[in-house]
Design a protein around this ligand. Sequence first.
Ligand SMILES: *Cc1c(COP(=O)(O)O)cnc(C)c1O
Length: 392
Amino acid sequence: MSTQSIKQQSDDHIMPSYSRNELVLAQGKGATVKDLDGKEYIDFGSGIGVNSLGFCDEKWLAAVTAQAGLLQHCSNLYYSVPQSLLAQKLSELTGYEKAFFANSGAEANECAIKLARKYSFDKYGGTRNKIITLKNSFHGRTVTTITATGQEAFHNYFFPFTPGFVYADPEDISDLKAKLDEDVCAVMFEFIQGEGGVVPLDVDYVEELFALCGERDILTIADEVQSGIGRTGTVLASELFGVKPDITTVAKGLGGGLPIGACLAGEELAQVLSSGMHGSTFGGNPVACAGALAVLDRLGNEAFLYEVTHKGDILAEALEDLDGIAAVTGAGLMLGAELETAQAKDIAAAALKEGLIVLTAKDKLRFLPPLVITEEELKKGIAILTKVLKGE
Ligand SMILES: *Cc1c(COP(=O)(O)O)cnc(C)c1O
């Protein structure tokens, strides 16, 4: 097997919907990963915010393999131990009493949308079903979640899109206010727009959004698929903004590499989706839940979250000092860097050649390293980026 043969085989048989780097990742440990030829890379991307404990964390691996050896799947017609424990642990850590388990971020958001519409249907009837989302947002790739995504570029080809979505300008509270009419049942947003370029909402905007929704019994839905599960140095990014949304969705980092998403809600929404109204064959799979439990076990330790914040500060300060970087945004280990003149895509490609995996979002570099990255790995990665930005 060579990189070329794997590339050829993939290109021959996989739909070309991704633009891939010419790199076959083969094996990793922590925040360091090797390609097929054994060349090492520092990982500042964690598979787009997924490998929260890095590659092959020992406790995660033990939990996942033990569960696979006991019971790999049983469907939601029965109870399973890991799913039950995970629901309990999520409730403890987030303060939400109820979870619905899905397999991805988009699916967690689909559940949130159904939950909000059904809540409003029960209380106010069928026409109060509009959902406001924010411009420059990203909520997933299903037909409904691309409709929810507030970016024109996504709203093409796949007509007709799901009705009932309206987009508000996140920099203009009066725009939101004007759009909150009597047909609106929910406002959905990311505290830090990830795909949109690591752009945090303004704290005052968030405060007003919550006040406006609260007055009107309009539900707040926080899409924390990227920002949640320790990424920002808190269990949820909402803690940084001092608010508690009615519904929060999480996914990416939750399973530590296994596909799982969750839609979280409080007691007041507990009875909205009753038997038969929503479901998923794979959702809450025991192996994925065992992986997620290993992630949450780590997150339950305050020192761990403190470390995430600390390492985030180290990375942010180093980036701010680099020639060629104009501004740094984000929180914890979810950071974006605006470049002075260079193109983010070119810098990311050059970094890869030098042994650093870094993501882009819009015209920025994006950093989502594993939460367990060591300071040494951080320094190695920063050194590579420094060299690349100098154009050496
Ligand atoms: C990645 C992402 C999604 C979609 O998650 P998938 O697992 O790819 O379906 C939704 N919302 C946000 C904020 C994301 O970052």
